[in-house]
Design a binder for this molecule. Structure first.
Ligand SMILES: O=C(O)c1ccccc1NCC(=O)[C@H](O)[C@H](O)COP(=O)(O)O
Length: 217
């Protein structure tokens, strides 16, 4: 199963994610986020992931020139579009930059699942996150979960990461309820907003391994 640790901004946190077995390491390019990172710093940190994990650049309604700067500096393996990007815009971005795209969609009701269809065949993957709480300036990284039972209605075979408020305590339940192709976690492995804790990252991977072992028995 894929596991993306998102919002990394130090060498130690990248190392903890890679040592734990992360398939994806995420870097946030959104100035209002406590996890925002300069492309030059992300470009340096992502070196450790080469040959071990995919580097994901997370942007929010970025312009072509912003994307150009991030992509040329960081050389990510994938883009995560976490804003209000329409399917047409995603098609343009894919054509212009030639990178796979993961489209983030916020889920709070069964109706939100209807927003998936227009992106099928355009987005390479989905990331299902919770809606930001009232007053939050962040479209992601809010540490809140949505009702995972809604995902029982997903089209079969859809490739997605389950995201939003996942942590060591609830990951077993998340896996049991949704059996997702992948997981994404950010604030659940932080000491304070924007500050990843290598010990919490290690504990998270241990919790995933325990949960996976139990599901095999
Ligand atoms: O994490 C952020 O600060 C952020 C800001 C703007 C857009 C997206 C952002 N995060 C994207 C992610 O993929 C997070 O890992 C995801 O939202 C889950 O976060 P959390 O609920 O804290 O685990």
């Amino acid at each position: 199963m894929d596991i993306k640790i998102c919002g990394l901004n130090t060498e130690k946190s990248v190392a903890a994610a890679l040592d734990g077995g992360a398939s994806h390491v995420g870097f946030i390019f959104f100035p209002k986020s406590p996890r925002n990172i300069a492309p030059e710093d992300a470009g340096r940190l992502r070196q450790a992931a080469i040959g071990r994990a995919n580097a994901v650049a997370v942007t929010v309604d970025a312009t072509d020139s912003e994307l150009e700067r991030i992509i040329s500096t960081v050389k990510p393996d994938m883009l995560q579009l976490h804003g209000k990007e329409a399917p047409e815009r995603i098609g343009e971005i894919k054509q212009r930059f030639g990178l796979p795209v993961m489209k983030a969609l916020a889920i709070s009701t069964a109706d939100d699942l209807n927003r998936i269809a227009p992106f099928k065949g355009i987005a390479d993957r989905f990331l299902f996150d919770a809606k930001p709480p009232a007053g939050s300036q962040l479209p992601g990284g809010n540490g809140v979960s949505f009702d995972w039972t809604l995902l029982s209605k997903l089209p079969a075979g859809l490739d997605y990461l389950l995201s939003g408020g996942i942590n060591s305590e609830n990951v077993a339940e998340a896996l049991r309820m949704t059996n997702p192709p992948g997981l994404d976690i950010s604030s659940g492995v932080e000491r304070t907003p924007g500050v990843k804790d290598p010990a919490l990252i290690a504990a998270f991977f241990a919790a995933v391994r325990r949960a996976s072992a139990q599901s095999v028995v």
